[in-house]
Design a binder for this molecule. Structure first.
Ligand SMILES: NC(=O)c1ccc[n+]([C@@H]2O[C@H](COP(=O)([O-])OP(=O)(O)OC[C@H]3O[C@@H](n4cnc5c(N)ncnc54)[C@H](O)[C@@H]3O)[C@@H](O)[C@H]2O)c1
Ligand SMILES: [Zn+2]
Length: 459
């Protein structure tokens, strides 16, 4: 079976001459926080000086040696490397193999006039392109044509308009599927999902809409209703409440069955469905019982957002703006999903850089708690971003322009106590995610300064 993602595995870029493997390997490695290596470097000289046969032998050595390294890296392979069976076997064992797709016209335009020995004769070049395509397809675990696409593929995220209708083929494997959605989403998008799943669909399960789903008794009901064996998959169709609940049920049922997230909210598509964190609420607090369980696939179909209310869309907008601040550039849904996916691949168990995603959230959580959770998360985060930018010594106008957050009326003392509890601190400094010229960083700041920033969000 195809490899589903690049967690703990190398990423091996394969594809024809001119696909851009050598160009992409560096930026992709940087996004994934790994070392990148261009294994095709110097190929032209070796072929010219020693001939194709010696080159293949050299390539085999170099590629196998590299892929045997235990620290996951990113490797650009030579265009012909996958014609060697030993290399194909090693890829299947140790790598997530990513095809950088390029059509014959583009490849020829990029390669003609170069000194590549195989790019001399156009007819021969095109013949070789056609001959190699099926070989690449057969070894590839994913396909991409740019850095964001490569990150998404490496995380198992499929972004395509109208992909809900292809759900049957996008759920990995060919086993049975249980469909979970909240009552609202089941009513709107359930029928199309059911049709797309076809004969693989063995059961459907409705959750109460919104946060009500994230209760242990709802998960208990799912455990008792599911009748999958280990070869079956759970499909979670809905917002973050649904993906959190169904994902947690999948993590625990039979000690873990695969699951597929199909996010239907903006929050879900840029945030909640990505990265494998699942959780439900307990009386002691939100998200306090859960599991890390990376989805076998995330299917992002932006067409599903058309039925979303303006209010719900705004929740997601706050996370999108947060991600833009972290990335330092404008992002669409795909770009924001890719940004989060890269951080989560780097830090799947949330012990390091993934923490950056909490930009503004220390303040936001404190306001939510002080408001008795009457304040929507998106509004709290929007305010929190203002505070985070101010403490970072940065201009907060991008957040005001995009989200226009308004100060809230909550008890200041209560908000401060909630912040200290959240950070498990009562001392003189508080760790915050801040934003510098080169991106996010974590720094301890004096409690007085943090409290002043929190107070500035409250009227
Ligand atoms: N696991 C994570 O990494 C992570 C990250 C962020 C948020 N979350 C969790 O996500 C939850 C919030 O998720 P959310 O904001 O998506 O809310 P949600 O899942 O509660 O959905 C909000 C509302 O929108 C409705 N809805 C969903 N999709 C719709 C559509 N396409 N058309 C019409 N209505 C639709 C739902 O029925 C619900 O009433 C929180 O519980 C939060 O803790 C988890
Ligand atoms: Zn958030």
């Amino acid at each position: 079976m195809a490899i589903l993602n690049a967690l703990d595995r190398h990423v091996a870029l394969v594809g024809f001459m001119g696909a851009g493997k050598s160009t992409l390997v560096g930026p992709l490695a940087e996004r994934l926080g790994r070392e990148g290596y261009d294994l095709d470097h110097g190929a032209t000289e070796i072929i010219r000086e020693q001939g194709m046969e010696r080159f293949r032998a050299h390539e085999l050595q170099r590629t196998l040696f590299s892929l045997e390294g235990r620290v996951p890296g990113v490797f650009a392979l030579g265009g012909g490397a996958v014609t060697t069976e030993q290399i194909r076997d090693e890829l299947a064992r140790s790598a997530f193999t990513l095809l950088l797709d390029v059509d014959a016209d583009t490849a020829w335009e990029r390669s003609r006039g170069s000194d590549r020995p195989l790019a001399k004769d156009e007819a021969e070049f095109r013949r070789l392109h056609a001959e190699r395509q099926p070989v690449y397809r057969a070894v590839a675990d994913g396909v991409a044509s740019d850095v964001d696409g490569a990150v998404l593929a490496a995380a198992g995220v499929h972004h395509e308009l109208g992909s809900l209708d292809r759900l049957g083929e996008l759920v990995p494997g060919d086993g049975p599927v249980a469909l979970v959605a909240d009552a609202t989403v089941m009513g709107i998008h359930g029928p199309r999902a059911q049709e797309a799943l076809g004969e693989r669909l063995v059961s459907t399960h409705e959750l109460p809409p919104g946060e009500e789903a994230k209760q242990v008794r709802v998960v208990e009901r799912l455990w008792s209703e599911l009748s999958l064996d280990r070869g079956g998959s759970v499909v979670a169709l809905g917002g973050g409440a649904t993906t959190d609940t169904a994902g947690f049920a999948a993590a625990t049922y039979l000690r873990g069955v695969p699951w597929v997230a199909v996010p239907t909210t903006l929050v879900g598509q840029v945030d909640a469905a990505i990265g494998g964190k699942t959780a439900i609420d307990i009386p002691q607090g939100k998200n306090l019982a859960g599991a890390f369980h990376w989805p076998a696939r995330v299917v992002i179909d932006e067409a599903l957002l058309e039925t979303l209310s303006e209010r719900e869309r705004r929740q997601g907008l706050a996370e999108l703006v947060k991600t833009e601040l972290l990335a330092g550039r404008d992002l669409d849904v795909r770009g924001a999903a890719a940004y989060k996916a890269a951080l989560c691949l780097r830090d799947p168990h949330d012990r390091g850089v993934r923490n950056w995603l909490n930009l503004g959230h220390t303040f936001g959580h404190a306001l939510e708690a002080a408001a008795g959770f009457d304040l929507p998360h998106g509004e709290a985060v929007a305010l929190g971003l203002l505070a985070a930018l101010r403490v970072s010594g940065r201009d907060d106008s991008p957040v005001r322009a995009a989200l226009d957050p308004q100060p809230v009326t909550v008890d200041r003392e209560r908000a401060w106590e909630a912040l200290l509890r959240d950070k498990k601190r009562s001392g003189e400094t508080i760790n915050l995610v801040l934003l510098g010229d080169d991106g996010p960083y974590v720094e301890a700041r004096p409690a007085g300064e943090v409290r002043a920033a929190l107070d500035s969000l409250i009227v």
